[in-house]
Design a protein around this ligand. Structure first.
Ligand code: CO
Length: 299
């Protein structure tokens, strides 16, 4: 398997929901420790600093290592787990998802369920089932059994999904591409810079708790103290059924996209133009993109 694909497989399959990033942080630590000076701040951000021939400018490359998931919030007397979301989830894709609960006694597998459609009225069958009406079934039949298995309220829950190369040969399916792709880029850039001189200091930061409000990005900016920050994030592809060109023209495989606007950020215009001009000079295709929508979490 190609080294980049292997890295993406390892990073996307690692567990790490907001506040519980230890497993993915350990994987990233392993990849980054030979590439620069590593440190970790108190919130859990992993910082890898590599000085080139000049101390400044300090260029921060940030990508979030956390992924969306859930937390156990209640255990019913019949042995089902009620959960709360960590990050944005579209209720329509939850039913039938396999999940892993990280317990003090080890990983426990479960599946998200709800009242069966057979028991619903024709009108209710057309409605989206809400998260609050769903549960995780781990096969237990009582609260006592759940306690025995080791699941506790507050335990993190991660979607269970394998990395699968798809038939096209150059597309892949996995969980957490948002934003393990960003962390893979940090590893790959720092790796390439090992054999190259660069007149600046690169500070790669794998941030925590992005999915619950960019928390790690805020604290790590104080530690990294950058002059320039480049955020490596996944974008939304517009080349799927139902999206009009004016909503998004970003195409999968069409080159990196530069975000010109989102509801929480407008980039520095000089930096934006510098990036676009440099890409043009080097004949790298760049797609301009924007995110007009309100994040699901805020909506
Ligand atoms: Co993201």
């Amino acid at each position: 398997m190609d080294a980049t694909i292997k890295l993406l497989k390892e990073l996307t399959e690692a567990h790490g929901v907001p506040g519980y990033e230890a497993p993915i942080r350990a994987v990233l630590r392993k990849h980054l420790e030979s590439l620069g000076t590593l440190s970790e701040d108190k919130l859990g951000n992993l910082i890898c600093e590599k000085q080139g021939s000049a101390e400044a400018p300090r260029v921060m490359l940030a990508g979030h290592m956390d992924e969306i998931g859930f937390m156990v919030k209640h255990i019913t007397k019949e042995g089902f787990l009620k959960f709360l979301p960590l990050g944005d989830w579209f209720d329509q894709i939850l039913l039938g998802q396999w999940v892993v609960i990280k317990t003090r006694k080890g990983d426990v597998v479960g599946v998200i369920g709800a009242k069966p459609p057979h028991m619903l009225s024709p009108e209710d069958r057309k409605k989206v089932v809400q998260k609050k009406d769903m549960y995780i079934d781990i096969g237990a039949t009582s609260k006592e059994q759940v306690d025995e298995i080791g699941v506790r309220v507050g335990d993190p829950v991660i979607p269970r999904a394998d990395f699968v190369p798809l038939a096209s040969g150059d597309t892949f399916m996995s969980k957490a591409f948002d934003d393990r792709v960003g962390t893979a880029l940090i590893v790959s850039v720092l790796d390439k810079l090992q054999e190259q001189d660069h007149p600046n200091t690169i500070v790669g930061v794998a941030t925590v708790q992005e999915e619950v409000g960019l928390r790690g990005a805020k604290t790590s900016a104080w530690t990294a103290n950058p002059d320039v920050a480049i955020i490596l994030e996944s974008d939304i592809a517009g080349d799927v059924p139902g999206i009009k060109p004016e909503e998004s023209s970003v195409k999968l495989g069409g080159g990196p996209s530069v975000l010109i606007y989102d509801v929480r950020m407008i980039p520095n215009l000089k930096l934006r133009d510098f990036v676009i001009d440099t890409a043009e000079e080097l004949e790298i295709p760049v797609q301009l993109s924007y995110a007009e929508g309100v994040p699901l979490m805020v909506a």
